[in-house]
Structures are given as structure tokens and as C-alpha cells.
Design a protein around this ligand. Sequence first.
Ligand code: FEO
Ligand code: CA
Ligand code: CA
Ligand code: CA
Length: 700
Amino acid sequence: MSDRPRLLPLLGPTGHGGRDAMTCLYRCGNACDHPVPNTSTNDYLGDVVNREMSRRGVVRAGAVGALVLGFAGAAGAVPATAGAAGVPAAAPRSLPARRAGVLSFKAIPPNKLDNLIVPNGYDSAVVMRWGDPVLPGAPRLDVAKQTAARQSRQFGYNNDFVGVLPLGGSGRRALLVVNHEYTNEELMFPGFTTLDAMTVAQIEVALAAHGMSVVELERVGDTGRWRPSDAARLPYNRRITALATRFEFTGAAAGSAWLRTADDPRGRTAVGTLNNCAGGVTPWGTVLSGEENVNQYFVGGDGAPEDLKPKLARYGITTTARYPSGSRKWERAQERFDLAKHPNEAHRFGWIVELDPYDPQSKPRKHTALGRFKHEGANVIVAKNGKVVAYLGDDERFDYLYKFVSDKKFQPGDSAAARRHNLTLLESGTLYVAKLTGDSPAGQIGGGGTLPADGAFGGSGVWIRLVQGTRSFVPGMTAAEVLTFTRLAGDAVQATKMDRPEDVEASPRTGKVYAAMTNNTNRGVGGNPGVDEANPRNANKHGHILELVEARGDNTAEAFTWSLPIVCGDPADATTYFSGYDKSAVSPISCPDNLAFDSAGNLWISTDGNALGGNDGLFATPVEGPDSGHLRQFLTVPTGAETCGPFLTSDDRSVFVAVQHPGELTGATLEKPASTWPDGDFAKPAVVVTWRLDGGPVGS
Ligand code: FEO
Ligand code: CA
Ligand code: CA
Ligand code: CA
């Protein structure tokens, strides 16, 4: 399309815990109250010694005035991804402007304010909130008059992933692409009593409030602030919903028996997308979106075919009751959500979705080659050899980390032919699952968080091949079966059971991969698996960050080393670790969820379910150089909310976050809200932009 930029100047592609009971019901269908779905006897042997870890010898100075080694080192380490193998020259203008490892904002303190708090010298503004018009002519939100038709043209509920893609070459226009993960019916409908009492018309509103939005933005003056465009025509603005949008399946599972339904006996398409959590912006300018806790939308598992029941159960779908607790009762509006009648309907969800926001007529796709599980999101990097690699997390206690390597190579440039080619990259490739091994004796990983004798949690690992194209590497499973029931394939090859892998993202500067393990209070509790070096704390309330370094710096490699640069919690708690940095200078952090990088390669981390008592927020830390581990809190979100996004523009002048489920506290309703953010009346999820008042780069 003519508006598509020559370059993609945006670098950042991209509960129990502290959660309220209401969050547990609506977001994941009370997943924590259900048995852990992974009951495979897939135990981890954590005692193989590998002394090759490079991180180990690093002594950190604690570090005011220490040499800043970061930029030169990082620049030298920038892999071919910054040009040669063809990421479309990610913001060359901004790369030299910042030194890695330099962040200078003053941390904000933990708080419980019903507001969005940013550091001194910064400001913030709502960009889009629930119910704001998306399609031209859409009505404004009126909760007394809400219908599915209105909601289908308005901004959806519970914004999660945020991507901001440039539009044209002026730097003044952009496309905001957002996921709408789930709905909070109590907070949406006047007079709400119970899910059972909802009318079919209300259920259809909820279906329409799920999905995604595309909204054209314009820059405000010469600031880092953005607002919805007031152009007369908004050809890109679009709503994707669970109600009506038709998706096409690609890859080896498309057309398989598992995907054939009454609606599409060919098994080639699906209606709608569900529980779209995090995602990523691809180097070719599309958006990926992860379908996560999709189990909660289905009932009737007890009436599904017997041979299917173990597979449904592995995905958290109840097979012993007709109407499990936490289900949304959507079968009253659409029969397809009853698995006793439509057992394959569940298999149409749990995929990675790709949306091309630059082509408003394009049909969004679900890529089966990236497997089916509770996809948190997907982040793509172009490897040295030009293939693209997507890193993937399955957000469930004791589930796995995955990666996908494309068969084809990325084609740089802006030609229509290159774009057509790149749109096929996620349709065929190799899907791997991770097995991690510690390098310390198992006896030194006691479960209390004490570092092993070598000074850090770390080790080595391998990516185990599950499927390549139509070839399965898992005995007894076809390729289509591996892709549709990927969790079972991971069980079969003895993948490592992790503490809820959320966002997984490679640093565009170094190619090193970072993954948020949000928490796992069941680790080592009640007969569940115990600790290993990669998940080293029993009853892990606060989570940790995993750093994964691919062999030879090659993101397509099948071996890696890993370490835990951050073990979260209150810095005063002896079980926490911040890369050896002076903990008196570090902000408390709990339940890391979404990750992003600024142009200097600093890691930004948002949280979901702060088990330390304060509101959730956004944090930033260098991950290279002597300031590694100097983590500081940049922002907090209002009462009851979690912080999603985040997204930094490549000029570093704007940080976007999604404020998800504000006011989500048990007992709250639309009429008696627990939060009145952002407008002073009742709570509305919203996307916020934050910028520095002097126009400079955020964070530094
Ligand atoms: Fe929707 Fe894994 O958070
Ligand atoms: Ca998340
Ligand atoms: Ca991210
Ligand atoms: Ca989460």
C-alpha cells in the first residue's frame, strides 16, 4: 500500500499470585483453581554440569561511576539482524543516539493510587479507551444502549498487546494495533447479576468486545504524544471480533480432521479469535497475536468423544462436568461453544494469529506451524542466515517454552514481491520446544532461592525438534497432531516444565532472548514438580526473568546457554537477585509479564498481579554493562489493573502501555466501581501514551 513506509522506523517489535478473584474468573476461567493440566511424568534432571557459562565470571561494581562498557560491547555484538540479513534497517537514525545501559529517570515508589503515575518530567494521556469509536461514524460509548453492532465498531474491552506501526514516511502517522483479551461483564453491563442471567444480546456484546482493533494515530505537535487521527477518511481502522471475523488456517494442520467442524467441514477457516493476550510486530510490518486462555469459553467437555477427552483436559478444558466453573455461558448465544455438540470447535482456538494492518481487506490467518497452546504471544527476529525465528511461551504453570524457525528466508526491501513473500514466512518451518539443564549440582538448588556455589542460576539447553513442515519428530503423532496438540508433543519429548512462560522476546541489539516467568505458586507444592535450576524457588510468588543465549549468536541454533538475570520480589528479600547489582538501589518487582526493548537495548518489563501489595507497573533495566540489574519502576497503573503492552517507538520518544482490567476487584460493578479511571465515572480499560516533557528519549 502506498502509505506503507520505506523503512519500518519502529524498533520495538514489538493469575492467583496477587490477583483478585474476579481476575481469576474472567481472565483465565479460574485456571489456578483447576488441577495443573500438565500431569505428564516428565521430570527434570537438573544436575548436569556445564561450566561454559559466560555470565558467571562477571563481577558487577555496584556501579556509580564505573566504566560504561555497554554500548561498544553491544554494538559489536549486534548480529546481522541490524541490516545484513535484512531487518528493514531498524531505525539507524536512533541507534547511535543512545548508549546501552544508560537509564536515568528517577524511579517512582510503589503505590496504590487509582491513577496512572509516571516519573517527574513525564506526562501521559489516554489514546483509546473501551467504547471509543474505531470505525468511522461509530457511536460513542453509552452503556445503557450497548449492542453488539455498536461494540463491533468501537474499541474493544481489556486491551492487552499494543503495537504501533508507522504509516507513511513523515513520522507523524501510525497504526495502533491492539488485542482485546477478555471481558469483565460486571463492569460492562448496568444491573449485571450473574453470567447465567446474561441475555443473548449481552453475550453477543461480549463476543464483539473480544478481538483486536486497528486505529490510525497522529503525533501531537512535535511531542512524543499521539492521539487518534482526525483525518476525514480512516481506511485502515478496523475491528476484528470473536463474533464475526473469518480467519484462514495455514500450515500442516490446516484442513486436518481436527479442524473440521459443522461450520467449515474443510477445516480451513475459523470464526473469530479469543483471549488475544500479547503479541509482536514482525519485521515485515504485520502483527502477531496469541490466543491464550481459550479453554474457559467451552462447555460440554463431558459429552465429547472419549478419545478426545485427554487432549481436551491437557488444554485445561473440563471433561467431567457439563458446565464447569468459570465458563462464560456463551453456548447460550452460539451452540459451537458446546463441545458435546461441536467437539472440534475448541481446536479452532489457541493459535498464533497474523494480521496485516496495512491491508484492511486482508483476511487474518491462524498459523498452525507455530503450534497450539495457551499462546502468550510471539516475537520474531531475523536470524543471521535470514530465516525468521519466533519465540513463544505457553502461559500455564509447568508448561513450556517454544521457538519456530521458518523454512524460507526474509526478503528485505519494500517491493510488493518482497512483502508477498514475507507474508508466507510463518506458514512453514520447524517447531521446537526447550529443554533446560542446570550447571550446578541439584543439591545446591534448595528451593529457597539461595544462589548455587557458582554465583548464579544458569546452565545450558537444547531446542528439541517437534515438527518440520509435514514431518513429525514425535513418535506416534502426525505433524497435524503435533501442531494441534503441541502440549502433548512437549510432554512426549520431556521438555522442561517452566513457571508460566509469558512474553519471550529477542533483543534486537544483541539477539539474546529474554523470557518472563510470571510466577508458579504450585512449584514444589502439593505433589507438583519441585524446583530445578531454571525454576529455582518453591511456591514461586514473584516470578523471574530468563536470559537465553543461542549458540554462536545464531537464533536458529539448536543449543543455547541460559541464566536468570533477575529473580523477582522485594529486593530486601534474600531470595531475589538483580544480576548482582546493589539491591538497595533496585525497585521491588513482582510477576513479570510483558517485555519490550528501547533502542539502546534496555529491557522494559510490565507486571501482572503484583504479589507485593502495590499496583502493577512498568519497569526498565539495562541488561548489558555494569548497570545490568539496576531495575527501576517507571510507571504504575490504577487500582485493580495490570500493565500490558508495553511498546516503545524506535525514536524512544513514546512509551505505550495498555491499562487492562482497571477496577477488577471482587464485588465491584459498573454502578459501584473499584476504580473510576480514566474519566472519573466508571473504570474503562485504555491504551495510554507516556512521553518526556522536554521531548527527549524516554528513560534516559
Ligand atoms: Fe494473558 Fe499470559 O497473560
Ligand atoms: Ca500477559
Ligand atoms: Ca513484548
Ligand atoms: Ca499474565
